[in-house]
Write a protein that binds this ligand. Structure first.
Ligand code: AMP
Length: 111
């Protein structure tokens, strides 16, 4: 198993896990781009959005992202959910993940 995030799911690689549900896992990004930066991933290996045929799995990822935003105290001021999908978007880990970013104001559009 060479996928880094699959190895985090299996607890073979350490991560700062903040929450999980039956189908998704949330852990802090190792290189945070905001005061709060958490990644939410499906527990099964899905490369990207195009490969995610199970829409209920996407719902589980969204639900856990929302739960993390609440537990991290981001609801009042808002937060950003980002999915970098594929090369042009800058996806660097090819296991679908949603970034939960908050704790400061963020510019739009992104660079
Ligand atoms: P992306 O560029 O959208 O593919 O995002 C991948 C993210 O994974 C980056 O923000 C990295 O900082 C983060 N990352 C890479 N390795 C780890 C790790 N071992 N634990 C936590 N986050 C990681």
């Amino acid at each position: 198993m060479s996928c880094l995030f699959c190895r985090i799911v299996k607890r073979e690689v350490p991560a700062n896990v903040v929450a999980e549900n039956e189908h998704a896992l949330a852990f802090r990004d190792i290189n945070p781009a905001a005061p709060t930066h958490v990644l939410v991933i499906p527990k099964v290996h899905v490369t990207d959005v195009s490969e995610a045929s199970d829409t209920s799995l996407l719902g589980q990822v969204f639900a856990l992202a929302r739960q993390v935003a609440k537990s991290e105290g981001l609801e009042q001021d808002g937060y950003r959910l980002v999915v970098n999908n594929g090369k042009n978007a800058g996806q660097s880990v090819f296991h679908l993940h949603m970034h939960v970013l908050g704790g400061r104001a963020m510019a739009w559009p992104p660079g």
